[in-house]
Design a protein around this ligand. Structure first.
Ligand SMILES: Nc1ncnc2c1ncn2[C@@H]1O[C@H](COP(=O)(O)OP(=O)(O)OP(=O)(O)O)[C@@H](O)[C@H]1O
Length: 277
């Protein structure tokens, strides 16, 4: 379906290792660890694409490398190897991992929005909600106070935070509301890609359902591409068009979400799917 389209994001052969590595690493890893030199391969030859307007789900158990992938993409950690190309960055010809620190800040502010599982990592809890959005706009070069107020109002309305509460800090909000403020902040600079890292984990089921519904609406309204990481296949099933299954730092299966759910090929995916029934 995407045969002629250039992806919004293309990751090629990402690897992240903790340790020096050795010859034995090539062939004899035990899970993600080399029994000879002790090196941990947190990400091992990960390649994937995200297309315009789609939700790509990444599912895997704890330690499979999901956060490592997200942190590399959001430029929080340096990969050991590999490249990542954004269609909207230098015509998709320069990897975001090969540029200066100043360029990386620009890439982070303009191309991506990140929503963390823990809102403390993604929000200024004591700033007002609108100031949380203004901060992102300022980081991207905006200086017009009126424009910032207008954008903050629009985004907070889009995530269903009533205008009467825009001047309140996220500290006084419920967990679900804090996630909604995080989503609005992540959207501030019209990113090409939204990174959602376990955004509903830890929320009550009914709140979880509302946040998932909101993500669906946001995607429809803004047409933004989304990379959604979750250990929970039920969340992936609700949102993702395509899904990548990770195990021990590697991709073990990928395809249309419906296909994976109906006919899982890898033993680990089969186990995940059966646990849903
Ligand atoms: N700084 C580090 N030093 C050594 N090993 C690390 C380091 N950071 C991560 N790892 C290892 O890398 C692997 C992948 O970790 P990662 O946090 O990406 O997994 P995850 O799938 O996101 O798990 P979770 O769902 O629990 O967050 C794990 O085996 C982890 O122990």
């Amino acid at each position: 379906m995407h045969l002629k389209e250039k992806p919004v994001l293309e990751v090629k052969h990402l690897s992240v290792r903790y340790g020096e590595g050795c010859e034995a690493c090539r062939s004899s890893l035990e899970k993600n660890r080399c029994p000879v030199c002790g090196t941990v391969w947190a990400a091992n030859d990960i390649s994937l694409e995200v297309y315009h307007g789609e939700v790509l789900g990444i599912v895997g158990e704890s330690g499979s490398g999901k956060s490592t992938l997200m942190r590399c993409l959001y430029l929080d950690i340096e990969p050991t190897g590999g490249s990542a190309f954004f269609k909207d960055y230098k015509s998709g010809r320069t990897s975001i991992w090969d540029v200066s620190a100043a360029e990386k800040r620009r890439v982070r502010n303009h191309l991506m929005g990140m929503v963390y599982q823990n809102p403390i990592l993604g929000l200024r809890m004591d700033f007002t909600s609108s100031a949380n959005i203004a901060e992102k706009l300022i980081a991207a070069g905006e200086r017009d106070a009126g424009a910032m107020t207008g954008r903050a109002t629009e985004l907070l309305e889009a995530v269903e935070i009533p205008s009467s509460r825009m001047k309140e800090p996220p500290r006084v909000f419920s967990g679900g509301m804090q996630q909604r403020v995080q989503i609005s902040r992540a959207l501030a600079n019209h990113p090409s890609l939204l990174l959602l890292d376990e955004v509903t984990t830890g929320l009550d089921l009914s709140v979880q359902a509302k946040v998932l519904d909101l993500i669906r609406k946001i995607r429809a309204k803004y047409g933004v591409s989304i990379l959604l990481v979750s250990h929970d296949l039920a969340v992936i099933r609700m949102l993702a068009d395509r899904t990548v299954v990770m195990l021990d730092g590697k991709i073990v299966e990928s395809g249309l979400t419906d296909q994976i759910l109906e006919d899982p090929q890898h033993a680990y995916t089969q186990q995940l799917v059966h646990s849903l029934i």
